[in-house]
Design a protein around this ligand. Structure first.
Ligand SMILES: NC(=O)C1=CN([C@@H]2O[C@H](COP(=O)(O)OP(=O)(O)OC[C@H]3O[C@@H](n4cnc5c(N)ncnc54)[C@H](OP(=O)(O)O)[C@@H]3O)[C@@H](O)[C@H]2O)C=CC1
Ligand SMILES: CC(C)CCC[C@@H](C)[C@H]1CC[C@H]2C3=C(CC[C@]12C)[C@@]1(C)CCC(=O)[C@@H](C)[C@@H]1CC3
Length: 345
């Protein structure tokens, strides 16, 4: 039977590599690329069709950081598809990243050097912004917009005698200490990326608790360190080229330097082939590449507390009500204004 797969952030990096790999893996797959920029989405579709000319590929406009765009996109998906089998919640941002060079050199000569390269713990800060919906952009993009999309798409995910998988691209940079339930959106801190990815891990646990009975299963993966637009935003290209020999050397000691989007998509593809009931809801599935270049997937227990995941879920539901109301009021105001302008002589 044809599997319908929606991928957010499908026009580049890990998302695009995933689409390419899914088409090679399953000739029956029907892809829906959900992207904010339709020109880039068209380019991605053309690239995919160049290698898989018979592929079923639809495009949908989705800016996951914009509430009205999420609601519109979800409506369109529900009109186009009766059923969704997989949603890859992959789109993500790390705006204006700064590397703490002192911490890097300190870490380089410490016992934690391998961990530092795998998780970037204590190395990275970002500059966040507020969206037009009044949300912090990293939270809105990496977490909340995706959460709202899932909530909206529940009717096409829950089908009788059928399971659906939600697969989140999280990160090993997700850290409990960067996350605060009283500051969900990380307005007060300098590590919104780490906080948002930790929230993704917590949310996935809660989604399983609340939706497994309806046949919806959620998992998280970490793609490892992959060279994509996101990582090229951290250091200038020439510096990456300069440190690449060192990175290839480090690859001997850590299997988390997957480096290519193809390798980074390993765990995403592996999950596609698994029975969701057999997966561990408390594990993060890591794409790993050995020193000899062999790709594989391995689960690692997440540092999550079930009570915190439940509390986050409750807070997200409350925020959803608030945001939907705000959005409705704003739409009403626009329609009133339009009406008023049409009435004016
Ligand atoms: N690269 C790495 O080392 C790691 C990446 N990750 C995660 O992997 C995921 C994919 O990132 P990666 O492939 O590396 O980076 P890319 O920047 O190549 O891909 C990110 C994708 O997300 C899309 N996107 C960003 N913001 C939005 C938005 N508001 N609405 C819709 N789409 C959006 C981008 O679209 P556009 O082209 O329009 O910007 C792009 O297609 C992210 O969630 C990232 O956090 C996790 C761990 C490591
Ligand atoms: C000479 C230098 C200043 C070298 C700096 C190296 C760092 C830029 C990298 C070391 C570990 C890397 C890393 C990431 C980004 C780049 C580093 C900090 C990530 C945070 C990228 C996104 C993720 O989600 C993580 C899994 C990555 C972890 C390792």
């Amino acid at each position: 039977m044809e599997k319908v797969v929606l991928v957010t952030g499908a026009n580049s990096g890990i998302g695009l590599a995933l689409c390419e790999r899914l088409l090679s893996l399953d000739s029956q797959v029907s892809l829906c690329l959900a992207c904010r920029n339709m020109q880039r989405a068209e380019a991605a579709r053309s690239a995919l069709l160049a290698s898989h000319s018979d592929a079923h590929i639809n495009l949908i406009r989705l800016d996951v950081g914009d509430i009205s765009s999420v609601l519109r996109a979800a409506q369109e998906v529900k009109m186009r598809y009766k059923r969704l089998d997989y949603i890859y919640l992959n789109a993500g941002i790390m705006p204006d990243p700064q590397v703490d060079i002192r911490a890097f050199f300190k870490g380089l000569f410490s016992r934690n050097v391998v961990k530092m390269f795998a998780t970037a713990e204590g190395l990275l800060t970002q500059q966040d912004h507020m969206t037009k919906d009044g949300l912090q952009e990293v939270f809105a993009t990496n977490l909340f917009g995706h959460f709202l999309m899932v909530r909206e798409l529940e009717p096409v995910l829950c089908q009788p005698d059928h399971t659906a998988q939600l697969i989140w691209t999280s990160s090993s940079n997700a850290r409990r200490s960067a996350f605060d339930l009283d500051d969900l959106q990380h307005q007060r801190g300098t590590e919104p990326y780490s906080s948002s990815k930790y929230a993704v891990d917590l949310l996935s646990v809660a989604l399983n608790r609340h939706h497994n009975q309806q046949g919806i299963y959620s998992s998280v993966i970490c793609p490892g360190l992959v060279m994509t637009n996101l990582t090229y935003g951290i250091l200038p290209s020439f510096l990456w080229t300069l440190i690449m020999p060192i990175m290839l050397l480090i690859r001997i000691f850590t299997n988390t330097f997957t480096l290519t989007p193809y390798n980074g998509a390993e765990a995403l593809c592996w999950l596609y082939l698994q029975k969701p009931e057999s997966l561990d809801p408390l594990a993060k599935y890591h794409s790993l590449t050995s020193g000899l270049g062999k790709n594989y997937t391995a689960p690692r227990k997440m540092d999550v507390v079930e009570g915190t995941s439940e509390a986050l879920y409750d807070k997200l539901l409350k925020l959803e009500i608030e945001i939907r109301k705000k959005n409705k009021d704003a739409e009403q105001q626009i329609s009133d204004l339009q009406h008023h302008l049409n009435e004016a002589p």
